[in-house]
Design a protein around this ligand. Structure first.
Ligand code: MRU
Length: 361
């Protein structure tokens, strides 16, 4: 992605690897500060996933793969048994965040890579981790190509959370077709749900659209129905953290109500997601684990204070009881289509998804 830093425009990936060093854009600080965090050990990378320095299904999948690459190099340096060391790194990385299946697919692929190449398991894990990153990039790019024709000139598109370049290596999923439509000269407007409590829409999606010069406006989460009923939303495109075999999917809390509102108002509702976000072992949305995050995320808001310092502000009583589910399930019946790297999947999803995953002839 192109980022304006210090008056210059530079190309960045969300996360990248240089030997054992893993670098990532610090997503807790955008749009106020553009900073890179680097990790040396897999434990630090796991902590970066848990604390959401890196977030978004694709990006945490790649982060987990790079964490496994670090673990392989650590085992070599410490002369530890590689299998035992990788298994324990996998356990730690799996415990960071439960919902996005990309993370679990990545870890399993790295473990299989080590098993499959006993003569040089370290090299094998490194090249598998790099392959996961390149596939993520290519899938996002292709999602843009398949999604762009669905966007008419003049479209007003609603999106939720951040399914942009920052949620992957680059391009994003929901934002990938939007980028391409804009590059091709279509006049579009993106309505960005702010996405409480962590404000990924207001902080990250808005920042990405700003970098690209794509017209947008941030709206409060409660305003989506208002705009839909007035006929000011032509389509919704969101990402996903895990898609079940029947087409039910998990995404950022608030996605479900946007889908219901879109159906009520006759607005097409698309989900953009690569194969790595589909879970062949999950038959429906009732079998997806949904993360609950800390109460502090709801009680405090994070941003720049009046003197320009990043700070936390308590917005309710410090002991006010709160709940903080991070994801919800949207039933398949609300999805107009899944935009994937192989094309747009349409209902009936219990047939088209298994076929897409190569599980049915
Ligand atoms: O908690 P986050 O910010 O990691 O949640 C991310 C989302 O819900 C995105 O919409 C999702 O990952 C889809 S795009 C990868």
């Amino acid at each position: 992605m192109r980022v304006k830093v210090g008056g210059e425009v530079k190309e960045f990936r969300t996360i990248w690897r240089e030997g054992r060093l893993v670098h990532m854009i610090d997503q807790r600080k955008l749009p106020h500060k553009f900073e890179i965090v680097s990790t040396w050990r897999h434990e630090e990378t796991a902590e970066a996933i848990r604390s959401m320095i890196v977030r978004g299904a694709g990006a945490i999948g790649v982060a987990a793969a790079y964490g496994m690459a670090q673990a392989a190099l650590e085992a070599e340096e410490l002369k530890e048994d590689i299998r035992t060391y990788l298994e324990s790194a996998a356990t730690l990385l799996r415990r960071t965040r439960p919902t996005a299946v990309n993370l679990f697919h990545s870890i399993d692929r790295c473990l299989r890579a080590a098993e499959g190449h006993l003569e040089n398991p370290v090299m094998s894990v490194l090249s598998e981790a790099d392959a996961i990153a390149e596939e993520d990039l290519e899938a996002s790019r292709r999602i843009g190509e398949f999604g762009n024709p669905l966007i008419p000139d003049g479209a007003r598109i609603l999106t939720h959370c951040n399914a942009g370049a920052l949620a992957f290596i680059d391009y994003g999923t929901a934002l990938s077709p939007i980028r391409l439509a804009h590059q091709q000269g279509k006049r579009i407007l993106v309505l960005v749900d702010e996405t409480r409590p962590r404000l990924q829409g207001a902080m990250l999606t808005a920042w990405e659209l700003e970098q690209e010069g794509i017209p947008y406006a941030v709206i409060v989460d409660n305003a989506a129905g208002y705009y839909m009923r007035r006929g000011e939303v032509d389509m919704v495109i969101v990402g996903a953290d895990r898609v079940a075999l029947n087409g039910d999917f998990a995404n950022k809390i608030g996605t479900y109500e946007k889908a219901v509102l879109a159906a009520e108002n006759g607005i097409p509702f698309y989900v953009a997601a690569p194969k790595m976000t589909f879970d062949p072992n999950c038959k429906d949305g009732d079998h997806i684990e949904l993360e609950e995050r800390s109460e502090e995320e709801v009680r405090y808001i994070y941003g720049l204070n009046e003197v320009g310092e990043l700070s936390r502000i308590l917005i309710m009583g410090k002991d006010t009881p709160v709940r903080n589910p991070s994801f919800d399930i949207t039933p398949a019946r609300y999805v107009t289509g899944f935009i994937t790297e192989n094309g747009v999947l349409r209902p009936p999803y219990s047939e088209t998804i298994p076929r897409f995953l190569g599980l049915k002839g």
